[in-house]
Design a protein around this ligand. Structure first.
Ligand SMILES: [Zn+2]
Length: 242
């Protein structure tokens, strides 16, 4: 008697297939409509390295690498909050792993995230498939802290890009370079660091500093003085272009 019933599921399957096809058509039409194209892009972005701010003029973007740090990221967040400046944080996966609360604090303050590889790896000779796996693993680690968070940028450690710009762009992450890296890891003192920033910042420039990887008190102090000084001179603190 079982054979009598075998026809029914098949008919049901055919009806289901027709319905599915119809839904796919409707969905495709919806995606293709102009209104839908205004949604945030999830597809490939340009592999060209970003070296400018989003807006023209006396604009500068601050970016902070290698964090989070349990000591200096909170201090830096407080300074940025005080001066009402938004920045980019280029996070290292293995730092994120044990400091999820710091990532949540960065995002809660409205800053923008950047993927800086899982173990701060020099990508000079790394094959594309391995770079892709690293970027995905790092994104997953960041999103374990903040589900679904936007990670619009990728930055190669040491600026050794290798083949990473194309790989990152394919995954929807714009490679974020810089115009000024004033060497805060050399610990020149906050005064010297501030002077290097004064001398080196150019209109639409992107500055790379560090909020982790060593003693970053000088960085925090220099940024705390830089922002009011530049704002008083008519500068605006912008985000990098996307
Ligand atoms: Zn780095």
């Amino acid at each position: 008697m079982r054979s009598l019933h075998t026809g029914h599921p098949r008919v049901r399957r055919r009806r289901l297939a027709t319905l599915t096809a119809l839904l796919v058509c409707v969905a495709t039409a919806w995606i293709a409509s102009p209104a839908a194209t205004a949604a945030p892009a999830a597809g490939p972005v340009s592999p060209a390295l970003v070296t400018t701010t989003a807006h023209p003029g006396n604009q500068v973007a601050l970016t902070f690498d290698d964090g989070p740090s349990p000591q200096f990221t909170p201090q830096l967040l407080q300074v940025l909050r005080k001066h009402q400046v938004k920045a980019v944080f280029c996070l290292v996966g293995e730092q994120v792993e044990w400091q999820q609360a710091q990532v949540r604090a960065i995002v809660a303050d409205g800053h923008t995230l950047c993927n800086h590889t899982y173990r701060h790896r020099d990508l000079t000779t790394v094959p594309p498939a391995e770079i892709e796996a690293d970027i995905k693993q790092t994104n997953a680690q960041i999103r374990a802290a903040v589900p679904g968070v936007d990670i619009p940028y990728f930055r190669a450690p040491y600026g050794n890009w290798g083949q990473s710009p194309a790989v990152a762009a394919n995954l929807g992450l714009r490679p974020l370079s810089w115009t000024l890296m004033p060497g805060d890891w050399e610990l020149p003192g906050a005064d010297v660091l501030l002077q290097r920033l004064r001398d080196g910042i150019t209109p639409t420039g992107v500055v790379t500093l560090h909020d982790a990887g060593g003693d970053r008190q000088q960085t925090v102090d220099a940024v705390d003085r830089l922002i009011p000084e530049f704002k008083a001179k008519g500068w605006n603190f912008d985000l990098p272009a996307r």
